[in-house]
Ligand binder design. Structure first.
Ligand code: APR
Length: 219
């Protein structure tokens, strides 16, 4: 069994608006463990580096699973526009992935927290979400950007990630579902805890959390 936590950001609105109206679907953030490359969302966000030439971690996994077409598109983007600055986002197709698009972004390298790291991490999530919305996508899967090789402390990263993604979801036209796909159960509980603390800080009593137990024995 796999545990997935769903956060509904607008359940009251969802009850009021007639079915079929896109607003009536409400906005949800899901939190789950696992490998992001298997996601069936419209797009997957990649924690890339500025060269867009691939790497380890989630970046390596996405290029391996998606095949060489993604790297080819990245090469063309860099040839046309140069390296991708930290905090920015660009899209390629998903290659062999189930997701139609990969949104490549670059998080900050953690130094001491005083070098603008939080602002860059906010921009990375915000620009990824806005790009997905501009592409008229409905759902996107996101990793814990910068918490691996780039060394961002997980709890601080989760606070930025959850608050930025919630804000963007509520402001978006087409995007209604964000799924945080976290590599291990420790990161999963840190992200869920950050979401609960955000709800308290914002006094958002209408937000509701649901824990779903999914049978994943027959993928
Ligand atoms: N699915 C989901 N999450 C994953 C996966 C995966 N397949 N693989 C790794 N992770 C997790 C890591 O455990 C970490 O919590 O993604 C998070 C981000 O880690 P990294 O992939 O190392 O990304 P980041 O810290 O942003 O560093 C970026 O790493 O691989 C290079 O090219 C990349 O240079 C860039 C740097």
């Amino acid at each position: 069994m796999k545990t997935i936590v769903r956060l509904d950001l607008s359940p009251q609105q969802a009850n009021r608006v007639p079915a079929g109206d896109p607003v009536g679907e409400g906005s949800q953030i899901y939190f789950e463990g696992g490998d992001i490359t298997g996601q069936t969302t419209d797009a997957i966000v990649n924690a890339a580096n500025s060269s867009l030439m691939g790497g380890g971690g989630v970046d390596g996994a996405i290029h391996r699973a998606g095949g060489p077409a993604i790297l080819e598109e990245c090469r063309n983007i860099v040839a046309r526009d140069g390296h991708l600055p930290p905090g920015e986002a660009v899209q390629t197709t998903g290659g062999k992935l189930k997701a139609a698009f990969v949104i490549h972004t670059v998080g900050p390298i953690w130094r001491d927290g005083m070098q603008g790291e939080a602002g860059i991490l906010t921009s990375a999530y915000r620009n990824s979400m806005r790009l997905a919305d501009r592409l008229a996508l409905h759902s996107v899967a996101l990793p814990a950007i910068s918490t691996g090789v780039y060394g961002y402390p997980p709890k601080a990263a989760a606070e930025v990630a959850v608050s930025t993604v919630a804000d963007e979801l509520l402001a978006s036209r087409s995007l209604h579902q964000a799924r945080f796909v976290l590599w291990n159960s420790e990161m999963l509980s840190i992200f869920v805890q950050a979401a609960r603390e955000l709800q308290q800080r914002r006094k958002a009593e209408h937000w509701s959390f649901t824990t779903l137990e999914i049978d994943d024995s027959n993928p």
